[in-house]
Design a protein around this ligand. Structure first.
Ligand code: NCD
Length: 310
């Protein structure tokens, strides 16, 4: 198993099943603290830097909530225009300096690979909170935790990943994680927004059964878990192209009930029209519970990399 103490969390492609289960086990222990039922000062005297160079609500706030509720403290930089990056400083140099100030760095950046660069400079752990259209490992870990909580298991499930599979970073990280389990994947997207070959190649190597389709109905018929995503407007060079795809798939209550009213519906959020409001009351609509699980998962990751989870 990975030695999490001092480790960076940049990608999920090197996570083993043992690693995932260990992180989930730690996260489950933090659920009462995350859900405001218990208090803790496990991370007292630890300081986290949150560097968010792209918009965020859930990820930044849940990391900050996780750190604060474990008794730690947080320094936040939002928007590259207010940091020395705007003066031309390299990410490596930023990493070299920031390690002198804090114990752990959480970074979101529009450029794939940016957190890896800062991690090369910094001796303290760096956690990738989303790098452009690359990956979003902490989201995918909380997604797996949510599937386990909602369905009681991961093995044996058919999971559909729906929407913008090309630019959506959460589905990249989630595919890597799910490839450690006995699952079937249905990849639903418009032809132009298909899952990158790097990921489907990995699935093949791991001998994961997957199919690619444009048909949402196919997923509704066969999957027990449907993971929906927003079309990533900010990654489109041509706004007209985005307009064409933004509501390519819209999940409605009628549509879900027609096929499988008990299906588990996940979404990393924000949703921008791809899940109708009337879906929210279905028992399987788990996306708000999913967001809540994010605090416990981020507590687990912070405690693990800071060597305090034992
Ligand atoms: C996701 C992201 O930032 O990649 N949001 C999140 O972290 N919960 C999904 C998205 O923005 O579409």
């Amino acid at each position: 198993m990975k030695n999490f103490k001092g480790a960076d969390v940049l990608s999920t492609n090197d996570f083993t099943r043992e690693d995932i289960e260990h992180v989930i086990e730690v996260a489950e222990k933090f659920l009462p603290v995350a859900f405001k039922e218990k208090t803790s000062n496990l991370l007292e005297n630890k300081l986290m830097a949150a560097l968010f160079y792209e918009p965020s609500t859930r990820t930044r706030l849940s990391f900050e909530a996780a750190m604060n509720r474990l008794g730690g403290r947080v320094l936040t930089v939002v928007g590259a225009e207010y940091s020395s990056l705007a003066k031309g400083e390299t990410l490596w140099d930023t990493g070299k300096v920031i390690e002198k100030y804090v114990d752990v760095v959480v970074m979101r950046h529009p450029q794939p690979g940016a957190p890896h660069e800062i991690a090369e400079g910094a001796d303290v752990p760096v956690i990738n909170a989303g790098d452009g259209s690359g990956e979003h490992p902490t989201q995918a870990l909380l997604d797996v935790l949510t599937i386990k909580k909602e369905r009681g298991k991961i093995d044996g499930l058919t999971v559909a990943l729906v929407g913008d599979l090309k630019f959506g970073r959460t589905v990249h990280s989630l595919s890597y994680l799910l490839s450690n389990y006995d699952v079937k994947l249905i990849l639903v997207s418009p032809e132009k927004l298909k899952m990158p070959q790097e990921i489907t190649g990995f699935l093949k190597k791991q001998k994961i059964a997957y199919e690619e389709t444009e048909k949402l109905e196919h997923a509704l018929q066969h999957a027990q878990v449907l993971y929906d995503t927003r079309v990533q407007k900010e990654r489109f060079a041509d706004p007209a192209e985005y307009e064409k795809y933004k509501h390519y798939y819209v999940l409605t209550r009628n549509l879900i009930e027609k096929y499988n009213g008990k299906m588990t519906i996940l979404h990393p959020l924000p949703r921008v029209g791809e899940i109708a409001k009337d879906v929210d009351d279905l028992p399987g609509a788990a996306y708000f519970r999913q967001a809540q699980n994010g605090v416990a998962m981020r507590m687990a990751l912070l405690a693990l990399v800071l060597g305090k989870a034992a």
